[in-house]
Design a protein around this ligand. Structure first.
Ligand SMILES: [Zn+2]
Length: 299
């Protein structure tokens, strides 16, 4: 049995929202077993209306980022933090924000992994539940698609294929281990093509975007002075986004996910199709094994 985990202590950071361009203070707090990941808008009056569970049924927008809401309030750009929490094996945490967007930091998940590692991770006195995929689910068409198939553990293949000389076709395979998220995906930054910038700004998005938090790909390569962190950084970032979005299943998925030319909208659609079909999955680890003694239970 694998125990649930949370943070050992609270930790915080401050940054700007990549879409809002507003300064936001974020605090990550430990939470009891079974809590899951819950966002709290600390800028709003106390009460349940400022709490938003990070689960797929609360997704309200997937344009250029993943936004969750509870009918009264919302939080956007949660995907990189969700990927870091998934990659570090954090089952339970409360994320407090004094604004409506998770800070973008450097555009990757690495600063969040650093925060989580600084706070420390503790095992809890409850078994981790996982979503076991029982039959394949596939959405999309020949050009863009996302699928999940039964497997003993989670893996993700992500293909991108841009009509751009510097991007073209890239494919990455991610299999989580204790360290693989940190080394293989966490440092991959948000990217866009130089030709996309005008349209993003015209849509009222990306107001906080800069070369400090976004890889901008021009005709001759990245405009960022230091270039890329991985040769296939863009495909790795797409995998990071997908991994973060899939954590809105509410538990890790035991299955192989393969996506091609997809984004937040299709990641969400896959969760809806999979979890909306009671014969396509089941929850494992619901029973606690006798004799289990947690290393350091906090609740
Ligand atoms: Zn992203």
């Amino acid at each position: 049995m694998i125990p649930q985990q949370t943070l050992k202590s609270s930790i915080n950071c401050t940054g700007i929202g990549v879409h809002s361009n507003r300064k936001v203070h974020m605090e990550l707090h430990p939470a009891a077993p079974g809590t899951g990941i819950v966002f709290c808008r600390s800028d709003l009056p106390s009460g349940s209306t400022r709490m938003i569970e990070a689960i797929h049924t609360n997704i309200i927008d997937t344009r250029l980022c993943t936004t969750i809401g509870n009918g009264r309030t919302s939080v956007r750009t949660i995907e990189h933090l969700m990927a870091a929490l998934a990659g570090c094996g954090i089952d339970n945490a409360v994320v407090e924000l004094d604004g409506d967007e998770v800070p973008v930091m450097d555009g990757s998940a690495a600063p969040f992994v650093f925060l989580i590692e600084c706070a420390g991770i503790v095992e809890q006195c409850a078994p981790r539940r996982a979503i076991e995929v029982l039959r394949p689910v596939k959405l999309g068409d020949e050009d863009r698609w996302i699928s999940v198939a039964p497997a003993e553990s989670f893996s993700l293949r992500c293909d991108i294929d841009f009509d751009h000389p510097m991007l073209g076709h890239q494919s990455v395979l991610f299999e989580p281990t204790r360290t693989s998220f940190r080394t293989e995906l966490s440092r991959a930054r948000t990217f866009c093509r130089e030709s996309d910038v005008e349209g993003i700004l015209a849509a009222g998005m990306g107001r906080g975007g800069s070369l400090e938090n976004t890889v901008v790909i021009g005709d001759d390569g990245p405009l960022n002075e230091d270039g890329l962190r991985y040769p296939d950084e863009c495909a790795r970032h797409k995998a990071l986004d997908c991994f973060g979005d899939l954590y809105l299943a509410g538990a890790p998925i035991l299955g192989h996910v393969h996506c091609r030319r997809t984004g937040h909208g299709m990641n969400h659609a896959l969760l809806s199709a999979l979890l909306g079909d009671p014969e396509a999955w089941r929850l494992t680890g619901a029973e606690q094994e006798p004799g289990y003694e947690p290393v350091a239970a906090i609740a």
